[in-house]
Design a binder for this molecule. Structure first.
Ligand code: SF4
Length: 374
């Protein structure tokens, strides 16, 4: 397992990585730039998102919000709408909060000091190191999932990467390995190496320039490293959404709790510990008082259960299309919205999926929408 390594060895490994990088790197729009704003946006998008998915979002986001000022001044709904479908929406909210702070405390100029960068909302040690090194060539080593994997396999480190002690050990080693004369190139190289060569499953060891000195390869421990301490606990949640149709309007509400999809819009939600029938939902006392004003109502459609999988949660959702002959939709906590304007609101991927089917089966005549299920 991991023992002390000579400086010369570390320098050799770093130069092998950077040589490999020059030959194998992907051409990506956030590479070879030094604009901290764009590097920041790319790094936040790429947290929990694959490059293939993040690519178009990066282009769209930086086109709509080309600098700190435009992001800070935009309405939050616009920022969330631009982020729609990417998930982990706190990233978008934090980006905007940080942009506002840069406007207020740094006169709109992205800070170049590591501690100032780290103090911005949504920026942790990894992102601060990435921005500091890529934009300002400062000697901070990045440690992301790709770096953990490569370091643990190559050096044979079995400390859990999600433990405090493990994180410290990896950060120290990454700092020792860092080429301080070209930290930007070194950091890009080690991350790209983990992403393309030393992949989670099926790493390309046969063509690896470090194969002969790799601990995991030699010991047959590739699938054992890196080690994680905690298992992800998944919770199941049961969502029932009521999609009211009243003439040209429906109802939306904004998710305000500290929960998934905060500040996104959704159809009125009843959440319970299991899936319920529509009658059971109506029995709920909170709902009786709220929808009493909408009688008479009838359901014109009930979706099948839709399973929506997030990293720590599985949402089991059912959508009910509910027609009401009330003259106006006015319920406390809900916003009446013209059905034709629904696409202007930031919504979750789950609601987006349902809306697609909903729109395909909707017709409008004399200012009245009718949903015909098939
Ligand atoms: S030999 Fe295989 S496991 Fe070792 S660093 Fe190279 S790709 Fe990764």
């Amino acid at each position: 397992m991991f023992t002390m390594i000579e400086n010369d060895d570390l320098q050799h490994i770093s130069s092998v990585l950077t040589d490999w990088y020059k030959k194998n790197k992907r051409d990506l729009p956030w590479r070879n730039i030094h604009d901290p704003y764009r590097i920041w946006i790319s790094e936040i998008i790429l947290q929990q998102t694959r490059v293939a998915q993040g690519y178009d979002y990066y282009l769209k986001f930086t086109q709509q919000f080309p600098d700190v000022q435009s992001l800070a001044n935009a309405p939050e709904d616009e920022v969330l709408k631009c982020w729609q479908g990417l998930g982990y929406y706190s990233r978008a909210r934090n980006l905007q909060a940080a942009a506002k702070r840069i406007m207020a405390q740094h006169n709109g100029k992205f800070p170049s000091n590591y501690d100032d960068i780290l103090a911005l909302k949504g920026i942790g040690e990894y992102t601060a190191a990435a921005i500091s090194s890529f934009a300002f060539k400062q000697p901070y080593a990045v440690v992301d999932g790709n770096v953990f994997r490569f370091l643990s396999r190559y050096f044979g480190i079995d400390s859990p990467i999600d433990s405090g002690a493990g994180k410290k050990q990896f950060a120290k080693l990454a700092g020792l390995l860092l080429d301080k004369l070209q930290p930007d190139l070194h950091n890009q190289a080690i991350m790209e190496f983990g992403a393309l060569q030393c992949t989670p499953t099926g790493p390309d060891c046969m063509n690896c320039p470090l194969e002969t000195s790799c601990f995991a390869k030699e010991q047959g421990k590739i699938s054992d490293l890196p080690v994680k301490e905690k298992k992800t606990r998944v919770t199941h949640r049961f969502f029932h959404h009521l999609v009211f149709i009243c003439g040209e309007e429906t109802l939306l509400s904004k998710r305000s709790d500290k929960d998934i999809w905060q500040n996104l819009y959704e159809f009125p939600l009843y959440e319970s510990t299991k899936l319920c029938s529509f009658e059971e939902i109506l029995m709920e006392k909170n709902w009786i008082s709220e929808i009493a004003g909408l009688h008479p109502i009838h359901i014109s459609y009930q979706s099948k259960e839709i399973k929506h999988i997030l990293s720590h949660q599985i949402i089991h959702a059912v959508f009910y299309v509910v027609n009401t002959e009330s003259t106006a939709l006015q319920l406390p906590h809900f916003t009446p919205v013209k059905i034709e304007h629904l696409n202007k609101y930031p919504i979750s991927r789950l609601t987006e999926k349902f809306l697609k089917k909903f729109s395909e089966n909707l017709s409008c005549s004399k200012n009245k929408y009718i949903f015909t299920a098939n």
